[in-house]
Design a binder for this molecule. Sequence first.
Ligand SMILES: Cc1ncc(COP(=O)(O)O)c(C=O)c1O
Length: 402
Amino acid sequence: MPQMSKRLVSVTPAGRTGWEVHFLAEARRAAGADVIMCSIGDHDFPTPEPSVEACVAAVRAGHHHYTGLAGRSDLLAAMARASQRSTGVATTVDNVIATVGGQGALFAAVQAASDPGDHAIVVGPYYATYPGTFSLSGVDHTVVEARAEDDFQPERAALEAALRPGTRLILINSPNNPTGAVYARQTLEAIAAFCRDNDLWLVSDEVYWTHTGAAGRHLSPLALPDMEERTLVVNSVSKSHAMTGWRVGWLRGPAPVIRRLAGFNLVVTYGIGDFVSRAVAEALDNDWGVAEVTATYERRRAMMIEALAQLDGVVVRGSCGGIYVMLDVRAIEADGERFALQLLEAENVAVMPGESFGRAATGHVRISLCQPDPVLAEAAARIARFITNHGSLRKRAAGGTS
Ligand SMILES: Cc1ncc(COP(=O)(O)O)c(C=O)c1O
C-alpha cells in the first residue's frame, strides 16, 4: 500500500484519549454488567414526533433528489430565521450555508478562515474534535486553558500570550462542551476586542445555544460591536432539536465567505439530503420539541448538581448550561482518568475523564445528562456513594478515624 497522507494520520490522536473508559464500560455492559453510560452526549430520547412525520411525508412525496449546493432555499430561509432568533443579528439566506452537522460547519469555518501553515487559538477545555479539525486542515493550533477556578471563563492575557504572526482565528464554544460554562458578557467582549485588535476571525461554536441554564438568554459574540464581519457562527439541530442523527447544521457568516463555501460543499458533500432538508426546515420554523428538550436538561442538571454539590472533596465547576455536569475531583484524585476507571470498577458508572478535553480539565470528570431521569438519579446516587467511600478509604489509608 502506498503511504497515507500525514494529515489523515494526524486526525487520530496518539496515545490515551479518555475514550478508553467509555469502551471499557461498553465491554462490561456487553458482558452483562449493569453499567450506566454517562460518557457520551447523545439524547436518550428520539427526535420529536412532528419532525419525524415531516421527514416520512417528504420521503413518501418523492423528495429524493439533489439539493442546491448551499442547501434548499426553504432550509436556508429557516436557518437564517433561527440564526436571527439565536444571535439577535439580522440574517438572510446569503449569510447561511447548510452543512453536515455542526461538525461540517466547524470544518467549513476552519477552511474559510485559514490556510495550511496558519495558526489558530482554541480555548480549552474544548470539544474533542477540535484538534483533528485543525490537523486535517494543516493548521497549527495553541490551546489556551480557561481555569476551573475561573469557572472556565478564558482571560484576554492568556489569549495574547498565544498570539503568533500567523494566527488567523480563535475558536470558542459557549455554552461549552465539556464544562457547561456559559461565557459572561465581559468574557465575550474581551474575546471580541482581542479579535478586532489583531484582525482575527472568531469561530463561535453555538450548538448548545438553547441550553443556557441559569445564564438566561443566549449571547452570541456576533451581536457585539463590529463583530459581524469577522464572526463565523457554527450551529446545528443536533442538541437543540434532538436531531443528532440527522446530520444537519449550518454556518452563519459574511455573505462573500458563504458564497465561496458553496464551492466547499461542491467538493465535500455535494449538499445534504432532500427529504431531511425539508423536515429540518419545518422543525426549525416550528421549534418542534425545543422547549421540552431544554426543560429536560434543566431538570436533570439541577438534580445532578444537587446530588453532588454537598459532597466533601468534589466541586461542581462550570455546569451552568449545556448537557453535562463537570466535577472537579482533584481534592480526592489528581487524575480524572484514574477516578473514572475506579468509579466504573466500583459502581458501574461510565463518565469521561476531563483530560480528554485538554489540560484545563485535568482532575475533572464530565458527567453526561443523556439518560432517563430515574437512571440518572441512580447514577448520581452511585457517584455520591463512590465519592463518600473514596474519602473514607483515603482517610483510613492515611490513619484517619472514619
Ligand atoms: C461543542 C460541540 N460542537 C459541535 C458538535 C457537533 O455537533 P453535530 O455535528 O452533531 O451538529 C458537538 C457535538 O457533540 C459539540 O459538543
